[in-house]
Design a protein around this ligand. Sequence first.
Ligand SMILES: [Zn+2]
Length: 80
Amino acid sequence: MICEFCGGKTIKKKVRKVHWLRRQLFIIDDVEAEVCQECGERYYHATTLDAIDRMLAADSLPVKQQLQVQVVGMPASNPA
Ligand SMILES: [Zn+2]
C-alpha cells in the first residue's frame, strides 16, 4: 500500500507492537504490519488488531518475558 503521510511504499513485516488494553501495557512480537519504507509509519489491519485483542482476552497468555518499565517525565526546560 501507499503511506498516508509521505506517499512512500509499504512492505509487509513482522514487528514488535506496543499495545494497550484495559490500562495494561503489552509488548507483542511478530505482529504483521505494513511498514512504510520511507518514514517507518506502521499500518495494522483491523483483523490483526482484533486477533491481538482476542489473544489478550484469553485466560493463559503465551508470555515470553516480563519486563520492568520505567516511566520518566521530561524535566522542565529552562526559559532561554
Ligand atoms: Zn511514510
